[in-house]
Design a protein around this ligand. Structure first.
Ligand SMILES: [Zn+2]
Length: 247
């Protein structure tokens, strides 16, 4: 009897902890983007924030600043660790790969995908968008956004795309990949200050959205849509922010 009671106590404790830490969010209905700020106290920025992402990039309003830095990547080859987390398909990246932007160097943590694209250029969404998430020692993030259109099969993704689990789980592989192979040749970009596009929507992100899109085949896009579905946060207001470009 005593043992059963203690199991109940631990069970209740477990539910309490899970209830506190994991409030699931989604892209439709009661847990959709307009409700994110009410799901948890920590998510308040999703509703009250003034520098939220994604945004529509109106090219006529982009301010050219020739003093902006070039994007310098130094990505290592790693074994692909594939995560289906229920919100996206994500590739966790082992330590040691960096991106330097001006006087700041960030470490690549992971990359993942959205459909449709989250950022739009002159109002038009792309079919998908890749996000390469980097963090520096100060806890600041730089996310490199790459717009994706349906076209030829993407050879980089073809190496591991079909290995993602249909259900929420992590798949460790010995498939060696280098995410440099996902980048377009031209790294010209738009940049602005924004936020995470998922809860808690924290406003700590330097966004660098590449102007040159890449291609995935229709089958590769459908594979993602079948596993994840639509996971693009709606457009957020610029609220006076300026989108910059070096060219
Ligand atoms: Zn993302």
């Amino acid at each position: 009897m005593k043992k059963r009671q203690s199991l109940w106590v631990w069970g209740a404790f477990f539910v309490f902890v899970v209830g506190c830490e994991v409030v699931d969010f989604g892209y439709f209905g009661e847990i959709g983007p307009t409700a994110w700020s009410e799901l948890m106290a920590d998510y308040v920025a999703c509703g009250d924030g003034t520098e939220q992402s994604p945004v529509n990039i109106t090219t006529a309003d982009v301010q050219v600043d020739g003093a902006l830095p070039v994007v310098q990547t130094n990505y290592e080859t790693v074994d692909a660790v594939l995560i289906n987390n229920g919100h996206t398909l994500e590739v966790e990246y082992a330590e040691g790969s960096t991106l330097t932007f001006g006087n700041k160097t960030y470490e690549l943590v992971q990359f993942h995908f959205h459909t449709l694209s989250e950022h739009r250029v002159d109002g038009a969404p792309a079919d998908m968008e890749a996000h390469l998430v980097h963090r520096n020692d100060a806890g600041e993030l730089l996310v490199l956004g790459i717009l994706i259109h349906v076209g030829a099969e993407n050879a980089f993704l073809a190496q591991f795309w079909n290995e993602f689990s249909l259900s929420e789980s992590t798949t460790e592989t010995d498939i060696e990949i280098n995410v440099t192979d996902l980048l377009p040749a031209d790294l010209d970009y738009y940049t602005y200050s924004g936020s995470l596009t998922t809860p808690p929507c924290t406003e700590i992100v330097t966004w660098v959205v590449l102007k040159t899109p890449i291609a995935l085949s229709r089958e590769q896009v459908d594979f993602f849509t079948y596993r994840v579905g639509n996971n693009a946060r709606p457009m957020q207001e610029l609220n006076g922010r300026t989108v910059l470009s070096p060219n």
